[in-house]
Ligand binder design. Structure first.
Ligand code: ZN
Length: 121
């Protein structure tokens, strides 16, 4: 995982055929990844600006678990739903966390280099 600017990290796999940009989500207090290059699945448009990024379309994270409990087959629970535009995160109202409906600056990556998960920066 490579450092690019202060807000994003880049992760590539499959000999560079698949690329995700990782950012810190202040709503979930965890890392989310957005696929911008893929030879198989869906990918998002990225404006190429690592300090004021814009991604299209919105990012929707869902889970088939509620805590430890697995939901009935076919049911999904929204965990986070947001747009990133011009370096700001716009959380949609259906995000079940504290920042639902709010727009905040995309925060700097909160970890010092070389400390996140033991992955070399
Ligand atoms: Zn989130």
């Amino acid at each position: 995982m490579a450092q690019i600017g202060t807000k994003l990290r880049s992760a590539t796999s499959n000999n560079g055929q698949h690329q995700r940009l990782m950012h810190w989500c202040p709503g979930c207090d965890e890392v989310h990844g957005i696929t911008i290059k893929s030879s198989l699945g869906p990918k998002w448009q990225f404006n190429g600006d690592y300090e004021r990024p814009t991604f299209n379309p919105s990012v929707l994270l869902q889970s088939n678990h509620d805590g430890e409990k697995r939901l009935p087959a076919g049911q999904m629970r929204t965990e986070c739903h947001y747009f990133i535009r011009d370096g700001r995160i716009e959380f949609c109202g259906d995000s079940p966390h504290k920042l639902a409906g709010q727009t905040v600056d995309l925060p700097d990556w909160p970890y010092a280099p070389s400390t996140y998960g033991g992955i070399d920066e």
